[in-house]
Design a protein around this ligand. Structure first.
Ligand SMILES: [Zn+2]
Length: 106
């Protein structure tokens, strides 16, 4: 996972993206989705735009996924307001670790 992708994922989360319960078809990585556009935070691929069936709506997320989502949202906000570059790196690392953990739970 590259730093650039993590940043992009964080940006998407800031803009209201959610974690996609379905793993990346290419590398089984964790994906974030916004307006039907999914981005794999592992390989960076954006598979074809598709309609998300209702069962993939956030209210169907498991409790632990909801916690992750909330955590990521908080971290994304922190990242947005953090001016210190070193602290930004730390936040990105935490986001990275969270996404890695989410991936392992799949
Ligand atoms: Zn992937």
């Amino acid at each position: 996972m590259t730093e650039e992708l993590t940043k992009k994922a964080a940006e998407m989360l800031l803009q209201g993206a959610t974690l996609l319960s379905e793993p990346c078809p290419y590398c089984t990585g964790v994906r974030v989705i916004k307006e039907g556009q999914a981005l794999c935070v592992n390989c960076g691929r954006q598979p074809e735009k598709k309609e998300i069936p209702s069962e993939n709506q956030p209210n169907e997320l498991s409790a632990i996924e909801k916690i992750f989502e909330k955590k990521l949202e908080n971290l994304s906000n922190e990242l947005e307001h953090e001016k210190d570059h070193e602290k930004q790196q730390n936040i990105l690392k935490t986001i990275n670790a969270l996404l890695e953990t989410a991936k392992k739970m799949k």
